[in-house]
Design a protein around this ligand. Sequence first.
Ligand SMILES: Nc1ncnc2c1ncn2[C@@H]1O[C@H](COP(=O)(O)OP(=O)(O)OP(=O)(O)O)[C@@H](O)[C@H]1O
Ligand SMILES: [Mg+2]
Length: 254
Amino acid sequence: MTRILVLANQKGGVGKTTTALNLGLALAAQGRRVLLVDVDPQASLTAFLGFDPYRVGRSTYSLLMFDSMGLARILRTPRANLALAPGSIDLATAAVRLVQERHPLLRLRSALRGSRMPFDFVLVDTPPGLNVLSVAGFLAADEVLIPAQCDHLAMLGVRGIQDMARRVRDDMGNPGLKVRGVLPTFFDGNAAYAQKTLDELRALVPVLDTVIPYDTHIADAPHQGKAVLDYAPDSPGAVAYRKLAEEIGGSSIP
Ligand SMILES: Nc1ncnc2c1ncn2[C@@H]1O[C@H](COP(=O)(O)OP(=O)(O)OP(=O)(O)O)[C@@H](O)[C@H]1O
Ligand SMILES: [Mg+2]
């Protein structure tokens, strides 16, 4: 069975795209068949995988805009076990057009669920903020994963996502949607506030066991055109992303 996870946080720069990329690569390295879906007009995930979002051609924009567009027609396969439904900068236009009608928001869901392609995991990377592109991702998903930086504002972003998940589940027609939990990112073990934030989060919401540390290798990797798993496979960040793949891959929704 395919598990579709949407990665979301209303805050920007918390590690959503980095998590989609490295979790996807780690799951693929374990032999899982993974599809990465980029619905962010910034298209960082697409760029991280070496495609130019200005020239990528067919993208998730086409999926969202045209009923007849099948998933297979937009896919790229950057490596074994890993497919990409690329994003492109015209997703910004899609966002404006999608506000006007609801039906197109379900096109992503239809495309991902209607496809016969045998993916084990689909990871949908969304833009920061709570906009229509994120809603399209929430409508398509089984589970929500919330990467969140361990700082004093973390809970705000998490609350917004929980509210949105609830609304999509109760009022918008995806009753099976579950919040898988918060993935702590940029964790600095030397900072007292980080541990305190983590403890506070754990008291309030489901939090994954895996914690992604602050690691300069993760930030360096894109500058080398690589994911941290390839760039520095033994770095704390890469080790943590492999552990996350074990945690996510080994468990279904609790
Ligand atoms: N654990 C980490 N340690 C150090 N740097 C990190 C870590 N995670 C991500 N980064 C770096 O922080 C920046 C933001 O990460 P990323 O693009 O994954 O965030 P995002 O939530 O997808 O951002 P946006 O909201 O703009 O889509 C990137 O340059 C990334 O390389
Ligand atoms: Mg991003």
